[in-house]
Design a protein. Sequence first.
Length: 71
Amino acid sequence: MMIAVPSSCWMEIARLHSDALAVLLRKIAGYVDLQRYQKSTRGPKKPPPRKSRYRNGGHVSTHKLLTDDDQ
């Protein structure tokens, strides 16, 4: 508020009724440059990493191991 209202006006503002203060604050807010305070936008999401597949016998099921031992 010290940026928007000079210190010489604070005594007048302190005496205002709550309704009058609300009107004054809305009037001051109307002059605010919203682009100056805009948040930065988030960049695009990265794709999830690909899951590795078992290749060249990397995975063998337990069932297959048990059935092969029987033969």
